[in-house]
Ligand binder design. Sequence first.
Ligand code: SF4
Length: 308
Amino acid sequence: MLALKVNEMSICINSIDTPSVLTKTNLPVGDYSANPYIGCTHGCKYCYASFMKRFTNHSEPWGEFLDVKFWPQIEKPQKYNNKDVFLCSVTDPYLPEEKEFRRTRALLQQLQGSEVKLSIQTKSDLVLRDLDIIKSMPNARVGFSINTLDEAFRNDMDKAVSIERRLDAMKILHDEHIRTICFISPIFPGITDVQAIINRVKDQCNLIWLENLNLRGSYKPVILQYIHDRYPQLTGLYDEIYLHGSRMYWELLDESIRNYAKENGMEYVVDDDSMKKPFDAPPVIVNFFYHEEIKKNARNIRAKQSND
Ligand code: SF4
């Protein structure tokens, strides 16, 4: 199937057939990832997924095209019982176009009735549309990416909904007894005020994930130029971290969050076990700084535990 159109936002839209929407993943939070779309019209300046453009025939810039996936009905959703499924790893499940195409909703409907451990990650409050299905999935949790409380900075970085709307949606879900996550990512050195965000969300989420800004590939010069133009006082710090490889900033931030967590009665960990905590317990803060090393360490710890 191939239908091509351009919507009112000048996004070039294709539809594509795919044998399966679920793929195995090495992410620390999932056995499988699901991406009902290729491309992402939130168009974040720091998008780590923009490499996906290489695997498409699109000439449009990242953020200005979208392939809408169609896949056969998942015959045995029970196959995914107790598996962690992460939605999504290289797009957002609740892009504005999801209102029309409803592919994320289709996937949720196909998984309904299984005991899949679903993690939804989004920058949109459109997720509230699917509250009925999410509520019926006992292991589901919903995360919102929030790396600032400053709408002007947010507006410079992405075309998704405002931070206020994300916070309101998080509260509605949490009030409905659905576990929620505040994903503070990417943390921009000198700009993202981690403690202010935690203070704002701590009564409406169960988990707080922290991820540092990684700069690689084509968006590295874009972000460095942005910092140079808009935050010239931070140029030295960014050069130190992203041109000279210093980790000092992250080490100091790690220490300050450890102290903050202690003072506020919160757990601060590098592995995620919050699904086992009572719903009303204070949120657990999970540090995903240096993803690759953490994954390696977690694998070593698991291997050691299974040998003991
Ligand atoms: S929401 Fe995620 S996948 Fe989409 S553009 Fe932003 S960083 Fe990339």
